[in-house]
Write a protein that binds this ligand. Sequence first.
Ligand code: 6R9
Length: 637
Amino acid sequence: MAYPYQIKSLEDYQQQYQQSVIDPEGFWANVADHFYWRRKWDKVLDWNFKDPDVKWFTGGKLNITENCLDRHLGTLGNTPAIIWEPNDPEERHRVITYRDLYNKVCQFANVLKNNGVKKGDRVCIYMGMIPELAIAVLACARIGAIHSVVFGGFSAQSIADRIQDAQASLVITCDGAFRGNKDIPLKSVIDDALIGCPSVKKVIVCTRTRTPVSMIKGRDLWWEDEIKQVETMGNPPCPAEEMDAEDMLFILYTSGSTGKPKGVVHTVGGYMVYANYTFVNTFQYQPGEVYFCTADVGWITGHSYIIYGPLSAGATTLMFEGVPTYPDAGRLWSIVDKFRVNILYTAPTAIRSLMGYGLGPVNHKDLSSLRKLGSVGEPINEEAWHWFKDHIGKGRCPIVDTWWQTETGGIMITPIAGITKEKPGYATLPLPGIQPILVDETGKEVTGNNVNGNLCIKFPWPGMLRTTYGDHERCRTTYFATYENLYFTGDGCLRDEDGYYRITGRVDDVLNVSGHRIGTAEVENAINMHAGVVESAVVGYPHDIKGQGIYAYVITERQTHDPELTKKDILQTVSRIIGPIAKPDKIQFVSGLPKTRSGKIMRRILRKIAEGELDNLGDISTLLDPVVVEEIKRGRL
Ligand code: 6R9
């Protein structure tokens, strides 16, 4: 059997789960034994959640790329590792075998070395969804450089913040990226970002769109030229750097309820074991299956379930450059049909938007290859769940509703495909190794079933974050200080009569817009940068397709002559500061905000108004100026 640790039945799940709680170290050591370690670990786990200080597989030496590439060459050398489908369906797709991928990763790793990149250096990657993105990520891992991938929808300012925070010395980008009918000028955005980033010495630019770019002498290099140079050196091998299990593998920035995004840090050994274990088990991956995850590598889902999970398992991972609605709303189904996809992992927001086009785009597609479906990123509403089940899975494919976070590294609570009895809207049960607990506001455990609480995890798992880059205290206060000895997820959760978990959404000031995490504070800061804006408050409201929309209440210095133009200007400002994904859906100009006597904005009230629950505002008597609430209600959009 390809994966001896693959769960085989419900009884097997229950048994594995029990064992993982009784003897977590023994449980994970058994899983980790099936990987290639240069040197085995001395100790499986050391931990405390107070500092926090968590170490898995201490003393173990390995390189994750030897597990994703080298160890498959003997058996899977000619098997497709990556199938790549371009944005334009008329352009030829690419198939990259494990041997090809190995060669390309070694080649590019040598390019990085030739450009002075060393173990521990930070490399920022800002590229579209092309195979070279996966190659760049793996090449960093090969030589022990820490990658920080930034999603292509972020602005120059956001990239600059991330580069400065990580003190990255090299950037890998493309001339541009194709996404639907758009052509995004990536290199030009990087040029703007780098004005304030003296740490960056080199930029490697991969050709994709042939968009004209400026190439700065001594700093900017073409990917293709650098590869040629390695070829003229006779393509020397690139031995993998020996890494400690707890060396950093990557940084990925994510939004929280306060301040700038933080750099979540994952380390080599634990992350590898966890990404692989959760991939193999959740999707019940069988050798030879074609697996398609529609996420972008710029998010954690792409890291764990396009690259590291599937490749470490020797799977065939399909990477799609474009968007689900281009050239038409049947694109995902055409891709399933074209490559006989067996497993499809996507987001509720995509399902909801495609539902809107009816069954026309689905009808003539052969979806009979599909065996398993997955959902990630936000709660899936029942309507979308049933549509996915009936019209895409034709009633015969299990759906795994996978709950997890950037910080958790991999899937935490999910059905196991075909094994766990599913229930629409429910992430169901924790994977082995995961010990969820619900607590009330005071931190007291909420026991029994049919209860609600804040979702925490009470025992470490190998894929969990280790720190936030450059600021360990922030990691402690954000995740480990709210409740003593618990990791706090920020999510609210219900446990039903069957003990099944249903995630009800964030309980903090983090929005989830189309599955993208955005902090309200971040958006407010961006709006407040706009000239003439005095103050703003941002809340989420239910949105049919995006899940949540962004509603901004804005106070300006004086009445503007053309409010519509001012709104557009504010959107432009947010786009510049954060990126188009953070643009508010609604902007309401107000003369004041509801505040307590101590000056705190009462978001609860603003949220209710944005949701349209005007008669249900609760007690507003403690407000400094209750009159302002009436005005805001009247002006509601
Ligand atoms: C993987 C990912 C994490 C937040 C998380 C939660 C929400 C993710 C979910 C879900 C309900 C699911 N979330 N999966 N909510 N059901 N199946 O999305 O990571 O971008 O860090 O977002 O997304 O609120 O806390 P990330």
